[in-house]
Design a protein around this ligand. Structure first.
Ligand SMILES: Cc1ncc(COP(=O)(O)O)c(C=O)c1O
Length: 376
């Protein structure tokens, strides 16, 4: 009896994340038991108008656990609003992490591919350790992503039109008034179709007044607290017509680090240089893949501090990230001085972009074993 009561109490607590309205529960019931499966092969939207913005899909994947315990089985729920205690760790103290990865339909619709999802799982694990949160195992994370993709299959754009972006979250959802790790945690993965990144060479503005990360801080993990503090600098740069900002290291103000949500590379002859990811730079999964791919192409790849002066001497500069994959940088402006770089068909960036997107979408054979096929 006591055990049953305790279990019920625990379960009640753990269900802090639940669909907000009864309506969504009814929709869920109808969807699964009302013979509404399988849904139409493709959602009825204009795939040509997709951009990198939210298009709500059908389901999200949720897993809950208590502090100092492990996540166990999760469940799919209709995509929708969630209930949170006003004193939850994530709302009060920013105890939260994000991840981001894409699922692509292969040519002729012959399967669905994820790109190195275990690396996103690993990065979340490292972040969770830094932020005192329990994290899903690699297997649980990858399984959650797969389930999210399968449940939202009709929202995966047709080949060549984009991808289904999956956004896993890990957050302290239990209440905590004092500054302390939350007593309960939620892992949640939702998705949105996103269009093909519209590749236009970027014009970056070096920010030398505001810093994204400090040594010993959280720049090397995908903490939710890393993003809104840069909005001010980003908005200012965008008002002036720049595409993004380029951050300097907070310790010396002399070395370049990364842009707001992408890593940066310099090309000089046969050398490719990228700032070493030593804690203040997010170790991007695209960054890692580009380093490995460039080495295979025979480039000399170096991960080391990159000074502003060194940047002046580069022939070509490009950024990498899940959303853009690889994108050329046309110019970098530092204190009213504008440096211009090579862009276009003949660039190293273009060569790496073609190869990487080819592997991600299954057009080019994946000799590195990077892609994970989802069986539906
Ligand atoms: C700050 C920052 N740097 C770099 C990246 C690129 O990382 P990835 O290649 O894993 O998408 C991201 C991605 O979101 C980011 O937020």
């Amino acid at each position: 009896m006591l055990a049953t009561t305790l279990f019920a109490r625990k379960w009640n607590h753990l269900s802090t994340i639940k669909p907000l309205f009864l309506f969504s529960k009814i929709k869920w019931f109808i969807a699964w038991f009302g013979g509404n499966h399988p849904k139409a092969e493709y959602a009825n939207i204009n795939w040509d108008e997709l951009r990198f913005s939210l298009t709500p899909t059908d389901y999200m994947y949720v897993m809950n656990c208590f502090k100092e315990e492990n996540f166990s089985k999760g469940f799919l729920a209709p995509f929708g609003s969630i209930e949170l205690s006003p004193s939850s760790g994530v709302l009060n103290y920013g105890q939260g992490l994000i991840e981001g990865l894409k699922a692509y339909r292969k040519e002729n619709d012959q399967g669905i591919l994820l790109f190195r999802p275990e690396l996103n799982a690993l990065r979340m694990k490292m972040g969770a350790d830094r932020m005192c949160m329990p994290s899903p195992t690699i297997e649980q994370f990858v399984n959650a992503v797969k389930e999210t993709v399968i449940a939202n299959k009709r929202w995966i754009p047709p080949p060549g039109k984009g991808a289904l972006y999956v956004r896993p979250l890990l957050m302290g959802t239990g209440p905590s008034l004092g500054v302390a790790p939350a007593p309960e945690y939620t892992f949640l993965a939702y998705s949105s179709p996103v269009g093909k990144y519209f590749k236009v060479p970027m014009n970056l503005l070096v920010e030398d007044n505001l810093f994204r990360a400090v040594p010993g801080g959280t720049g090397g993990i995908k903490s939710i607290t890393n993003y809104s503090p840069i909005y001010k600098a980003m908005s200012k740069a965008k008002t002036k017509g720049f595409s993004d900002i380029l951050f300097l290291d907070a310790a010396t103000g002399k070395n370049i680090e990364e842009a707001s949500a992408s890593n940066i590379f310099l090309v000089k002859g046969n050398s490719i240089i990228t700032p070493a990811a030593n804690g203040t730079i997010l170790p991007g999964i695209t960054r890692k893949s580009i380093i490995e791919m460039a080495m295979n192409f025979g480039y000399q790849v170096e991960e080391s501090p990159v000074s502003l002066e060194e940047m002046l001497g580069a022939e070509e500069v490009f950024c990498t990230g899940t959303a853009m994959v690889v994108n050329s940088v046309a110019s970098i402006t530092y204190r009213n001085k504008r440096m211009e770089y090579k862009t276009g068909e003949e660039t190293v960036a273009e060569k790496l972009y073609a190869m990487l997107t080819g592997v991600q979408t299954g057009r080019i054979e994946d000799k590195m074993g990077w892609t994970v096929e989802i069986n539906t």
